[in-house]
Every structure is written in C-alpha cells, then in structure tokens.
Design a protein around this ligand. Sequence first.
Ligand SMILES: C[S@@+](CC[C@H](N)C(=O)[O-])C[C@H]1O[C@@H](n2cnc3c(N)ncnc32)[C@H](O)[C@@H]1O
Length: 284
Amino acid sequence: MRGWHVFEVEIARRQVDDVSARLRTLGATGLQEDVVAGTKPVLRQPWDTGPVARQPRRVLLRAWFDAQPDLGDLAGAWSFQPEEDWNEGWKQHFQPVYISPRLTIAAPWHEVQGDGVVIIEPGNAFGTGDHQTTRSCLVAIERLAVPGGTVLDVGCGSGILALAAARLGMRAFGNDLDLDAVVAARDAAERNALPAVFTEHGLDALPGHWPATYDLVVANLYAEVLAALSADLLRLADGPIACAGILADRAQLVRDALGERALLVDETDGDWTHLVFGPRESRR
Ligand SMILES: C[S@@+](CC[C@H](N)C(=O)[O-])C[C@H]1O[C@@H](n2cnc3c(N)ncnc32)[C@H](O)[C@@H]1O
C-alpha cells in the first residue's frame, strides 16, 4: 500500500529547530509543529488583564517519511498513513444541514438548490452547521427571525448564523475576536450575496453606524464568555437572545447572568445546553 511513515515526538519548544534539522537530514519530506493535547492556550478575551498567556513549553513535532529511517536515540511513535484522496475523504464528512424548508446549510460542492440555501465553505472558521451548538442556534433563528429586522451574531465564526438570519430576510451584523473568522464570514456573505456585515470589534466597541439595538441576538459562546458579556447582550438585544455553546454543568451561570429576561427555551442535549431568553419587555 502506498503512503507515508509518520513519526511523532514530544519535545521542548527550544529543541524544535535542532530536531527538525535532524529529521530533515534523515529524509523527512514534511514536518509539522503541533500543540501537545490539552495545552492549547485559551483565547484571550478583551476583559483579560495581566500578562499574555505563554506559549506551551512542549510541542508535538510530526514528520513524514517515504520509508522508516533509523532515528537513533530519538524516541517517538510511528504510524502509517495510507495515501488517499484527501479532498474527497474530507468532503464526505460534511452533509447538508437541513433545518426547515426555508433553511439549509450546504458546502459549495453539495448539489442543493433553492432559495433557502446558505453555502458555507468548511475549514475557514468554526461553524459549518454540523455541530450541535450551531444547529440549535439555527433552529432558534428559524423560529425567531423577523423579516426586515436586525440580527446580531456574537462570535460569528464562519458567519453561518448571521447568514442564516439574512437568508430569512433579516439585516445581519456579526462580530468575532478572531480576524480570520471575520474575513471568512465576509467572504461567505459575498459568496451568498446576503446583506451581512462583520467586524472584529468587541460588543463594547461596535461600529458607530451599526444599530444600537437588535431584534434578535444569537451567541454560540462558552458559558463564562456569555456571562461576562451579559450586560452588553442585555443592552443590545431588544428582541430575544439565543445562546448555545454552554456546557450543561455551567448553564446556571448564564441563566443567572441573563436572568432579568424570561427564559423561553432551556434544553439540554448531552453535554450542551441551549437557552433562549425573551425580548426586553419580558420579565422573569
Ligand atoms: C463556537 S464558535 C461559534 C461560531 C458560529 N457562530 C457558530 O455558531 O457555529 C465561537 C466563536 O466566538 C469567537 N469568540 C470567542 N470569544 C468572543 C468574544 N468575547 N467576542 C466575540 N467573539 C468571540 C471565537 O473566535 C469563535 O469564532
């Protein structure tokens, strides 16, 4: 069988250059530096103070060989990676996500047509619709969309939620701290020819010409982030606030933080809780 012998070794960050050079000399045709499982630094939030998180001290170095060489005292793990059509294997993983007759999310290569289709290119940013948290927000958008109204997608990732709302007739706005996500979302808006704009600014610094309040706010973010943003969410949302990305055992944090609004939906499926709070006039 054709393929590659893959060598993985965990080393100190300061050794990367030396070990890479040695692996190259021994015939490595490709090298990749990766994070050791469980050591990825947490995304820095605007309210984080203090020193920037340090890069993990240890890294995982991966090297590809046509044949297994003798690596001497370099102790790591070998595996075999058969040659395959990576593009096709990867694509098969994604299926269109059908939400309703009015809304389907599809990848560019899916042959799905119709007015309710939003095309999202997988791989550019989080949010293809195949994650349960994204899907629960899509269902909420399908129920709560107000044609002609405004929607704010907090942590837009690929832009999927904003674009779904735009597909249902809303004027969509989205933000994300990650500039790559903002670029992906803008590309997706253009590809779908939908009225959606995106910014990398935080909720406390949205562009001045954007609406001051929104008819719907969606936020697929961790419970801790939702709680920290709760004052902004309550200020910006005239209409309902649909939240996901909440680990079930942290959900009370969000229920409390947004608790001045009526809780319309409180659903837990496996690890994840989905909450929808009512419009401004709704009280608990
Ligand atoms: C789980 S993804 C959600 C993506 C997409 N909205 C979806 O539902 O599939 C969360 C996104 O929020 C962004 N994010 C994290 N903290 C944020 C914050 N405080 N403000 C804005 N975006 C944030 C991340 O960069 C990431 O793109």
